[in-house]
Design a protein around this ligand. Sequence first.
Ligand code: GDP
Ligand code: MG
Length: 268
Amino acid sequence: MSRAISDEATIQWYPGHMAKAMRRLSEDMHLIDVVVEVADARVPEAGTNPVLAKIIGNRPRLLVLSREHVADPALTAEWLADFGSRGRVAIAVDAKERAGVTRLRAAFEKLGEGRRSARAIVLGIPNAGKSTIINAIVGRNVARAEDRAGVTRSRQWFRVGTGLEIMDTAGILVPRIDTPDSQWKLAMIGAVPRARFDAEDIVTRFHRWAIAADPQTRVQSLETFAQSRGFYSRGTILNTHNAAWAYMKDWSDGKFGRMTLETPPEAP
Ligand SMILES: Nc1nc2c(ncn2[C@@H]2O[C@H](COP(=O)(O)OP(=O)(O)O)[C@@H](O)[C@H]2O)c(=O)[nH]1
Ligand SMILES: [Mg+2]
């Protein structure tokens, strides 16, 4: 696996302020006692940043796999077992659904166990579900729209349960894009600014992966999708450009079924 590409490619794909935000985050970590990491359940590997471990040291840490309802349930179970086998506390939730919120709160409150007071921050890559998770934990809409890193400039903390406080602004992590195919995977889950990629290329890569993973897949090619949905320009020309964005939206909404883009490493 190439290491050399990672930094440069990351900077091209993500605005420079994000790398800066991550540096600020590590400087401010002394204000934080416990960490909630959020990652989309469809990309448990590409959606997490291994550098995070260095930033947070040995603070208690909970991994929340979000959007469980659109991920493959069997693979989610495998991923949770995999994280568990590596000593990680992880749960998968639909944070927009009552049972998910209840489990999320219970897991969060456990993070504060044995402490008289603890300050928590939610961290994750763009679009991971950070604001949704903060709001679910607090029980109302308190999360600021804009994510930052830089704890010191954040003013609002919300008390949850006994002794725990959670910050209203999530910290942003830059994904590390050196796992195989991580670029199209991150684009498919909405973690990459739209201006930075070509949707047709991403959808084509996704479709290629889907057929390789399951020759019987009901995932459509971009062309078939465009035809069946009537994406034509001037009557007859297939408009795969517009179709690609609609395709990504449908996929994101789970309309192709529940799918996870990564499988855990084989147990040794
Ligand atoms: N149903 C559902 N939607 C989610 C979940 N997590 C995130 N979303 C949706 O995904 C979008 C982005 O989530 P957001 O919390 O803003 O991501 P952030 O950029 O990490 O703060 C929003 O429309 C959320 O409603 C989840 O667990 N379940
Ligand atoms: Mg947000």
